[in-house]
Design a protein around this ligand. Structure first.
Ligand code: CP
Length: 331
């Protein structure tokens, strides 16, 4: 059984969002197109739609978050859902309650959707295997595995600024090894037909056989950024590192930190992205992060519309996935 199987119901509708791997192109496009229709909601005086009135969303974040948790809360509220933020540090998980028991008890309160972030890869998938048919799960980041809503908001941002994926060279720079964001971006970019997807990192920060995902590998930033339309810089995830994977932070910045000087290797109109949180002066220089080519803050704004779209599609049951005959039943 793959994660992808669980994501669709027997009628081929998107039921959970656990990973972008295996998600059909048409499903991704439906999410991006629906998000376009929600962008204007955030620009109105009354930022509300009644689509999820009466639904209850639980944010279940077992790892820290600023952007994802807050934009999910805003997205749920803009769709008129009731949104609960469980604080694991102040919950009964501290007394030994298991993840599944926590979910079962919240489910007993007639909740409809769980947005889950967890340090263990597969946590959202595990929950999705155990909830009843009317309950939905969105993965808000699981270990090193996947961060699908970040990947989708990044695709939305790229499409808005740079147009069709078929023409684009995208360079993902930095700590690919520990990055669930990079994995989700790569699956989305290859599914959407990006012309050239590159990963640029020292050998110690590259997963084994990453080329199998359809990317080209560069260990030199000059050639890696050559002619890029989009540069995505990634955070050095020191909290997930075992041992010394870089010689020193200064040397990493010298070799891979995105500066104005290195930016000159890319196309003059390249956009600069970062999923956040940023380590300024380590993977990116402030002059670039705050410069005219940066779309880092628009990524955050776009995250609300994309998360609204995902919640509306999952709970409204509209997104078309593979034909029902292609959906392997998992229950
Ligand atoms: N990009 C992202 O996941 O940021 P947060 O950890 O702040 O949610």
């Amino acid at each position: 059984m793959t994660h992808g199987d669980l994501q669709f119901d027997g009628q081929g509708r998107l039921r959970h969002l656990l990973t972008i791997e295996g998600l059909p192109r048409q499903t991704i496009l439906e999410i991006l197109n629906t998000a376009e229709s929600f962008i204007s909601v955030g620009e109105r005086e009354i930022k509300k739609l009644p689509l999820l009135r009466g639904k209850t969303v639980v944010n279940l974040f077992f790892e820290s978050s600023t952007r994802t948790r807050t934009t999910f809360e805003i997205a749920g509220k803009r769709l008129s859902a009731d949104v609960i933020n469980l604080n694991p540090a102040a919950s009964s998980t501290t007394k030994g309650e298991t993840l599944l028991d926590t979910v079962r008890n919240l489910e007993a309160m007639h909740t409809d959707l769980f947005v889950v972030r967890h340090r263990e890869s597969g946590a959202a998938h595990l929950i999705a295997q155990h909830v009843p048919a009317h309950v939905h799960i969105i993965n808000a980041g699981d270990g090193r595995h996947a961060h699908p809503t970040q990947g989708l908001l990044d695709m939305f941002t790229i499409r808005r600024y740079k147009g069709p994926f078929e023409n684009l060279r995208v360079a993902i720079v930095g700590d690919i090894l520990h990055s669930r964001v990079a994995r989700s971006q790569i699956h989305a970019l290859t599914t959407l037909g990006a012309a050239d997807v590159r990963v640029v990192a020292p050998m110690t920060l590259l997963p084994t056989a990453i080329e199998r995902l359809g990317v080209r590998v560069f260990t030199d930033i000059k050639t890696g950024l050559d002619g890029a339309d989009v540069i995505i810089t990634l955070r050095l995830q020191r909290e997930r590192m075992n041992g010394a994977l870089i010689p020193s932070e200064q040397e990493y910045f010298n070799l891979f930190g995105l500066t104005q000087e290195k930016l000159a290797y890319a196309k003059p109109d390249a956009i600069i992205m970062h999923p956040g949180p940023m380590n300024r002066g380590l993977e990116i220089d402030s002059a670039v992060a705050d410069g005219p080519q940066s779309v880092i803050l628009p990524q955050v704004t776009n995250g609300i519309a994309v998360r609204m779209a995902i919640m509306a599609i999952i709970m409204g049951g509209s997104a078309a996935g593979p034909a029902p005959s292609e959906v392997r039943r998992t229950e």
